[in-house]
Design a binder for this molecule. Structure first.
Ligand code: DNO
Length: 353
């Protein structure tokens, strides 16, 4: 595995590359052209600038998270082909720069969903949390307003204000899209981009749905071992792979993460490794990476990755806000750096068994 750190780019992140390079073992960043809009072709100069910034700091770009998918592709509108063409052009630009990993998601309307971005824990740290009962009482508008209040002034990925301003229109677009349609539209998209991925050896790594059940009645198609296997076999090409996100899949305690890792050996191209504390079905909060702080066995997760020969980028995810740090919720320096150190420690111990 290669230890990496998510970085949103200068001007979009409170964490700097100078800080990231000092985290022991971190080789590269996972980044994006943060101000690009879903559906547009990226500018090669912006990609080159990101690369130059990283390299100046002794880091590589280990992958892109995310190249977002235009809703017309997810909904399956006739205009999707134009947006797929643009996506292919973006992949070409990335491929020419030697970037060979792209994380994306196929969630309708929202990316990840939380009911609180700053739930206080007994030690004073704050974390992102989710409570289905609270979500059931509100509508998406209210949820966005609540999240926005606690975003510390940062634009949250997948929760861009201009997108949220169109929320009613977005829900309307998806009203006839059920799981089957969404799945078929994903397969259509993947089949169309596989040739360019093969040409540049770009590994696509879909991010699981977060949380891993339908929210606000919207369909979810990457949320369990069965749905992941179905997605991988629909386009049975190594370039069609998975981002193993322990936190997203782990939102449902029925998901046995080490078993999922073993079942899709060779198709995990990227891993987000983080821990959660479950309270009751549909109610959880995020925890420190350490196994004993949450409900997940991080050793077993790392062991499954190790034993299946995982050699892609891995990153800690969603740190707690600690030591007075103010950052994009989940994306401060301190707790994610602790996460890197812990995951590196587990990996070293695994390698010395
Ligand atoms: C949340 C992230 C997601 C992820 C996207 C990938 O913190 O894991 O926003 O980046 O779903 O497209």
């Amino acid at each position: 595995m290669k230890m990496t750190f998510r970085w949103f780019g200068t001007g979009f992140d409170s964490v700097t590359l100078e800080q990231i390079r000092q985290i022991p073992g971190v080789k590269g960043v996972i980044t994006t052209v943060y101000d690009s809009k879903p559906g547009e072709t990226w500018q090669a100069e912006k990609v080159r600038a990101l690369k130059a910034d990283a390299e100046k700091n002794g880091l590589e770009i280990s992958g892109i998270e995310s190249v977002n998918i235009h809703d017309d592709i997810k909904v399956g509108l006739p205009s999707r082909d134009k947006y797929i063409e643009n996506y292919i052009k973006t992949l070409e630009i990335l491929g020419k720069e030697g970037i060979d990993l792209v994380c994306y998601n196929f969630m309708p309307v929202f990316d990840w969903t939380r009911s609180d971005l700053a739930k206080r824990r007994p030690d004073g740290a704050t974390v992102l949390s989710y409570n289905q009962e609270e979500i059931d009482k509100i509508n998406p508008d209210t949820m966005f307003a609540e999240m926005d209040k606690k975003s510390n002034g940062f634009v949250l990925p997948g929760w861009e204000p201009e997108r949220m301003a169109r929320i009613k229109e977005l829900f309307e677009m998806y009203k006839d899209v059920d799981e089957k349609k969404l799945f078929d539209n994903l397969a259509y998209f993947l089949k169309a981009i596989m040739p360019v991925c093969a040409k540049y050896d770009i590994k696509m790594a879909i991010h699981p749905d977060d949380p891993s059940w339908p929210v606000f009645g919207l369909p979810r198609i990457v949320r369990s071992k069965e749905s992941i296997l179905k997605m991988l076999s629909a386009v049975d090409d190594v370039h069609n792979g998975l981002t193993l996100c322990s936190g997203s899949l782990g939102s449902n305690p029925q998901n046995d993460i080490p078993d999922i890792i073993r079942s899709v050996k060779g198709r995990i191209h990227f891993a987000h490794v983080r821990n959660l504390k479950h309270h009751s079905p549909g109610k959880f909060e995020e925890a420190a990476h350490l196994s004993s702080d949450g409900s997940m066995d991080m050793y077993e997760i790392m062991k499954a990755l190790y034993d299946t020969g995982f050699d892609g980028p891995i990153r800690p995810d969603h740190g707690r806000a600690i030591w007075g740090e103010v950052s994009m919720p989940g994306y401060g320096l301190y707790d994610r750096a602790l996460g890197c150190a812990y995951l590196n420690g587990l990996w070293e111990a695994l390698s010395k068994r």
